[in-house]
Design a protein around this ligand. Sequence first.
Ligand code: DGJ
Length: 755
Amino acid sequence: MNVEFLADWKAFRLETEHSVYLMQIGKAGDLRHVYYGPPVARDHALFDLSSRIERAFSPYPEGLSPAESPDLAPLEISGFGCGDYRNGAVTFEKENGNCATSLVYDSHRIVSGKPSLPGLPASFAENGAARTLEIRMRDLFSGVRVVLSYSVFGNSDLIARSIRVENTTKQRIVIRKLMSAQLDFHTGNFELLSLHGHWGNERNFVRRKLERGATVIRSLRGMSGSHSTPAFALASPGTSEENGEVYGVMLLYSGSFHAEIELDPYFSLRAAIGLEPENFFWNLDPGESFQAPEALILYSNRGLGEFSRSCHRFLRDHLIRSPWKNRRIPVLLNSWEALYFDFNESDLLRTAREAAALGMELFVLDDGWFGKRNDARSSLGDWRVNPEKIRDLGSLSRRIHEEKMMFGLWIEPEMISVDSDLYRQHPDWVLQVPGAPRSLCRDQLVLDLARAEVVDFLFESISSLLHSARIEYVKWDCNRNLTEVFSSAYPARRQGEICHRYMLGVYELLERILAAFPGLLLESCSGGGGRFDAGMLYYSPQIWCSDNTDAVSRIPIQLGTSLFYPVSSMGAHVAASPNHQTRREIPWELRGALALSGSFGYELDPSHLSPEEKRTVRAQIVCFRKYAELIRCGNFQRLDETFGANDIAAWGWVAENQDEALFFLVRKTALPWWYGPRTVLRFRGLNPDKEYCLESSGEIIHGSTLMNAGFLLLNFGWECECKSFYFRAVREISSGKNAALLSPEVPTSAGIRRM
Ligand code: DGJ
């Protein structure tokens, strides 16, 4: 890890474990992107300013040559209206109405460590094991300062980038557009990888070829949402799990976001991510500054598998703060699909008692416990227990703890029901345009968290709730997105700030609650998996992945999510069969496999289980305890290239020391195996120089054989069939040569074992 200023070339060099990033100050003072990829030397040829490109009719700064046209240059940060006709990163509107923005280098400094960002989620480096480069730029049209930050970390290839605007001038400006990171490439021969979906089918993996023109991935919902994810990757064509170059970009933000990937007419590529400009602008008065959300970038040339593992490691080590990230989390039972809104105190106690008897450790009381809420139409905002259902939360929690279970509670702090005492007291506390029509969603409105008094009220009411009983876990739900974004607490000229101010209010509230209750295990959720973004992981180590608890349809959801986010952060539960969303009958093995491939818990009524099913649940919990450490800390391996889209899917974990591994293999739909095609399951991530014992059979097999020859699947054809393979290393063979002797080359077309 290193950051250097190369004075001879007026260039900056960032070095991570396996990549180098280079920038150079251009003749016009602009900051040009020079290189990002595998390590290169400090070679003068890289910085030769004479080798600029010229094209017909490209504007250039007066006094310089056409080769200095900003339209052709790979730039670190592009402005607006000065001859760079691609999508820009920064636009400032000045008092005279001019929006032309052009940023030039001013000064820089290199500091130790990774600064935090006020009010926003941000990566961190424990023990200061990071270096940060800050480059100050100046807008030629206003003098406003823009500070670009780049941090590199001791043990990672990810680079944290952010951008801050400081109004050092005497005039007010309006920030019209501000991308957190821009990546320019001379050539654009990439496939774009991103995650898309909707409620019940979030974060499916999408791979597309880029054509000339701009592709936009965004959310206009005021929240990240189920439909798209604030992250994308650019991969060399045909990149597989094990081979190929990948550049990744992730935004640490939970509000509306905008990613644009533009292949220009000359096939050069510009990619950028940041705040969605369509519902954002920001007034910056003299002396004020504005910090944009942080973005993470990553280069990897070892395929998508290693790309994802690098992201997972970084998010675990440098973003997730919760003390729970280093502990085995308790096995929970969530009351939602067990009881929905229909329960009283004795139902809850009975369910908790039965769950405890099966080995579960945390009882989570989901929606329906407060106000007079018996369906989704009322009481959001009235965070007091419903006395018709529960005597008081303190005694309920005590009695649940007496059953040797921890206690968790569902809340939805950002929302308000029209039928609530809170709304009757503060009808002006909602986002709405006064006197104009407004939109409901799930019968609820959104509280105006841009207002300080609303954030204060929520902090007080949630803290007093958390003080009123022993509550170790909170599920923080959020069942709608923003509409009619207008705050009566702000003047007309500031209404474009409300979307972002709302998110700053959410972050402030989360920060204050976690500071007051540091041991709390927080799971965020938004109508299922609508809040899976890296910003939220800063506050909650786990995020509910989807309301679709059907293990078959969760495969592409969870594998898609794993492109960027760690498996240990995915909320996943074993639900009843037939499934409540799809009516599909799903065997226990498969339901268990999907829950184990996440945070693991249950979402069913244990009193509906037969004695045999109870034995199965007990055995699953024993399995979870056995594998929890491997799943939390192991290296995740996807065994096919489709992120769960195929009929057969396989994935697993290999311990860092490669001594232990667990894999799951699933067939979604039935196929008569006597005429089905053969499949070879080849394992990944094992040590080819180790011998492994397959626990289920006691068979000893070489790592090289498992990875190169694999298992031949002949009769693996039942609907929802699921197999698990747990390997333990039993012997290490001293050299690669030896390994080859013991395990002669086997053609990869032939698996070694029939199933
Ligand atoms: C949506 C969540 O995703 C569900 O798990 C559940 O908590 C409901 N809300 C409760 O209203």
